[in-house]
Write a protein that binds this ligand. Structure first.
Ligand code: SF4
Length: 611
C-alpha cells in the first residue's frame, strides 16, 4: 500500500535512533502519539523526552505513531489494516497504553480518527478491560473537559515525574490482574492525574456550568499541575526523520517557563516558573546532538530565548566550539538584548529574524503587558537590517480586548516604518512577512473571561490591513476567523463539547487545522445536533465569578492573580517581570524554592500580599 500514498516514509519507521525493544520480553507496552501528520508530530519536543524516559525503564517499551494522512487512512479503512506503530508495526490495540500529546485543539478529531483506525472504540465508556488505556497530556489537557468522553486518564502538567508514578501503579495493577476501573481509581490518587469518568458534571438551568465534583473518595476535588523542580537531562539521541519535517533540526530546551507576563499568553502561565538549563549542559548537549544525529542546525528552544541568563555568552561559546553549527534562536525579545545576540552570531549565519510586537499601538501593548516602546522596536529592526538580516517576520494579534480602529491602523504605520528602515539599510531589499493571528481567550490566563471578537469584525480588520500593507517587500498572512472561533470554543468548552467533537468526526472532520480539510459547515452541523452554539463558548464574556470548566484544574497560578492582572490591564498598569524585579505573588510561591525566596523579599506591596 505504500506505493499508493504520498510520502510513504511517514509510515515505514526504521529511522535513525529509533528504538525497537523485544516485544515478547517487555512487560509494559506504550505507544506515544502526536495526533497530526508525521512531519508535525516529529517536530514536537515533548514526545522525544517521554520516548527516552519510558524506554529507559527496563520493563517498558515505547513506540510512536502519528495521524495517517487522508490517503493512507482511506486505504487502511478499505483494507482493514489497523493503525500500527512505527517501530515494531504492532497494531495499537496490542499496546497497554496509548499516550496522546494534545498541543492544539484542532487535532481533537484526529484523536478520534486514530482510535477508530486502530479499531478501538472511540468513547471511553465503550472500551473494556481488553482495550489499551488511553492517556492524554500536553497544554490542551489544562482544560480536559471537551475531550473527557474519549480519554481515560489525563496527565496535568509536566509528565517526567508523574509518568513514572503512573507506571508504578500500572505495574502493580498488571501484577494483580485487577479490572481497569480499579486501575483508574488507584491512579486518581496520584497528584496531577485526572480521571474524568470519576467526576460528575452539573449545569444550571441557564446552561452555565454548576459544578464538577468527584464521585469516588479516591478522586480529588482539584487536580494540581505537576511541575518538575529541575529540568530533566536534554534529549541528545532523538529519532532522526528520513523525510523533511517542519522543524528539521536538533533542539535543546534551554529553559522552561516564562515570567514576562504577557496577559494573553497561556504558555506564560502554564509553564511557570522559569527553570534554566546550565550552559555547560547546553554545550555538551549540542556536541552530543551533532555526534548522534549529524545535525548542522540546532534550535535553542525556549518561550523567551533572550531572557536566558548569559544567552550571548552561550551563543558565542556554541559558535566557538561548533563553528559549522547553525543556531536557530526562536522567540527573541524586541530590544537591545536581541541586537547584542545578533552581534554574537557569526556573519554567515544571518538568515531571518522573528519578532512579535503583537499589537500595533503602545497603548494596546501596555494593555497586554507586552511593554515594547515603539522606539525600541524601531531601533531593534534598524540594528537587524544594519547587521545584514533582510528577512523579518512580525507577529501581530487581532481582536485583542479594547482594540480600536486606531490600534489596527497603528499596525500599518509600524510595519511601514520598519519597511522604510530596511530600504534605507545598505544591501538587498528587505522582505517583511506580517503574520496576523486571532486572539483566542485561553483558559488560565488573565483574559480567560473576555469575549472573542466576531468573524465580521475580524474580516473587516483583515481587509483594512490587506489594503494598508499592499506594497512590494511586505507579505501578509492571516488566520481564518472561523478556525479561530472553533479553537476558542474547543479550548474554553465544557464536557458537552464531547458530543460536538464526536458529531463532527462522524460527519467526516479530521485534520481541522489544515485549511484544505477544515469543514466549517460540518462543525456547525455538529454543534446544532448537540443543541449547542459555538458562540456561547467563544463570543460570550464570562462574569468573574462564573464557574469555569477548568476551575478544578489548579495550575498553581491563583485566580486572584489572574483577576488582578485583568484589572491591571484595564487600568493600563504594567506588571514587571518577576525574574528581574519583585515577585508578583502569582501563587507559585508555595511550589518552588526560587519563588519562595523571591516571595519572602516581597514586602513592598501591601495590595499583593492582601490577595
Ligand atoms: S511566585 Fe513570584 S517569582 Fe515565582 S513565578 Fe510567580 S510571580 Fe514569579
Amino acid at each position: 500500500m505504500l506505493y499508493q500514498v504520498t510520502k510513504p516514509a511517514r509510515y515505514t519507521g526504521g529511522e535513525w535512533n529509533s528504538l525497537i525493544k523485544d516485544w515478547d520480553k517487555t512487560r509494559i507496552k506504550v505507544v506515544l502519539t502526536y495526533p497530526d501528520l508525521y512531519e508535525i508530530g516529529m517536530s514536537n519536543i515533548a514526545l522525544p523526552i517521554l520516548y527516552e524516559l519510558l524506554n529507559s525503564q527496563p520493563d517498558v517499551l515505547a513506540e510512536r505513531v502519528y495521524a495517517p494522512w487522508t490517503d493512507m487512512a482511506a486505504i487502511m479503512k478499505k483494507t482493514g489494516i489497523p493503525l500500527f506503530s512505527l517501530e515494531s508495526k504492532h497494531p495499537l490495540r496490542d499496546f497497554d497504553i496509548i499516550g496522546f500529546s494534545l498541543g492544539y485543539e484542532l487535532t481533537y478529531t484526529n484523536v478520534l480518527n486514530m482510535l477508530h483506525l486502530a479499531q478501538i472504540p472511540v468513547l471511553a465508556s465503550e472500551r473494556n478491560d481488553s482495550h489499551p488505556v488511553v492517556i492524554a497530556g500536553g497544554s490542551c489537557a489544562l482544560n480536559p473537559e471537551p475531550m473527557a468522553d474519549f480519554v481515560d486518564i489525563f496527565v496535568i502538567g509536566e509528565g517526567e515525574e508523574v509518568l513514572l508514578e503512573l507506571l508504578d501503579s500500572f505495574r502493580d495493577w498488571k501484577g494483580k490482574g485487577a479490572s481497569k476501573s480499579q486501575l483508574l481509581r488507584q491512579v486518581a490518587t496520584i497528584p496531577g492525574i485526572y480521571v474524568p469518568s470519576l467526576y460528575q458534571v452539573e449545569y444550571q438551568s441557564d446552561s452555565l456550568l454548576k459544578s464538577i465534583t468527584p464521585t469516588v473518595p479516591q478522586a480529588s476535588p482539584t487536580i494540581q499541575r505537576r511541575i518538575v523542580t529541575k529540568l530533566p537531562p536534554p534529549v541528545t539521541k532523538p529519532v532522526v526523520p528520513y523525510i523533511e519535517v517542519v522543524q528539521d533540526r536538533g533542539a535543546i530546551e534551554i529553559q522552561r517557563g516564562c515570567s514576562r507576563g504577557c496577559r494573553f499568553c497561556q504558555a506564560g502561565i502554564i509553564y511557570r516558573p522559569v527553570r534554566e538549563r546550565p550552559q555547560s549542559e547546553v554545550l555538551q548537549a549540542a556536541g552530543e546532538l551533532i555526534a548522534n544525529c549529524g545535525y548542522n542546525e540546532v534550535s535553542l528552544v525556549s518561550l523567551s530565548t533572550s531572557d536566558y541568563h548569559g544567552v550571548d555568552e552561550l551563543v558565542t561559546s556554541l559558535s566557538h566550539h561548533y563553528p559549522n553549527l547553525t543556531l536557530s534562536l526562536p522567540s527573541l525579545r524586541i530590544d537591545s538584548s536581541s541586537v547584542r545576540l545578533m552581534n554574537s552570531l557569526p556573519a554567515h549565519k544571518k538568515t531571518g529574524l522573528t519578532f512579535a510586537p503583537e499589537a500595533g499601538s503602545e497603548r494596546l501593548r501596555q494593555f497586554i503587558n507586552k511593554n515594547a516602546p515603539e522606539d525600541e522596536i524601531l531601533k531593534t529592526a534598524a540594528a537587524a537590517f544594519d547587521r545584514g538580516f533582510i528577512n523579518l517576520k512580525l507577529y501581530f494579534m487581532l481582536g485583542l480586548p479594547t482594540e480600536t480602529d486606531d490600534d489596527i491602523e497603528a499596525i500599518t504605520k509600524l510595519v511601514d516604518k520598519i519597511h522604510s528602515l530596511g530600504r534605507k539599510a545598505k544591501g538587498k531589499k528587505p522582505q517583511i512577512r506580517v503574520s496576523l493571528s486571532t486572539f483566542v481567550p485561553k483558559p488560565h490566563t488573565p483574559f480567560q473571561w473576555v469575549a472573542q471578537e466576531r468573524e465580521q469584525q475580524l474580516n473587516a480588520k483583515h481587509e483594512f490591513l490587506k489594503l494598508g500593507l499592499r506594497r512590494k517587500g511586505i507579505r501578509l498572512s492571516w488566520q481564518d476567523p472561523k478556525l479561530s472561533l472553533l479553537e476558542a470554543a474547543l479550548s474554553r468548552g465544557d464536557r458537552r463539547l464531547g458530543k460536538v467533537i464526536y458529531g463532527a468526526w462522524k460527519l467526516g472532520c479530521t485534520f481541522d487545522a489544515w485549511s484544505e480539510h477544515f469543514n466549517y459547515g460540518n462543525w456547525l452541523c455538529a454543534f446544532e445536533q448537540a443543541g449547542l452554539e459555538p458562540g456561547f463558548y467563544a463570543y460570550r464574556e464570562r462574569s468573574l465569578d462564573e464557574s469555569l470548566p477548568w476551575t478544578h484544574i489548579d495550575v498553581g497560578v491563583t485566580t486572584a492573580f489572574l483577576k488582578r492582572e485583568y484589572q491591571h490591564a484595564l487600568d493600563g498598569r504594567e506588571t514587571s517581570d518577576c525574574r528581574y524585579k519583585i515577585c508578583n505573588a502569582c501563587g507559585l510561591q508555595h511550589w518552588q524554592p526560587d519563588c519562595q525566596q523571591k516571595y519572602q523579599q516581597l514586602s513592598q506591596s501591601q495590595e499583593i500580599l492582601k490577595d
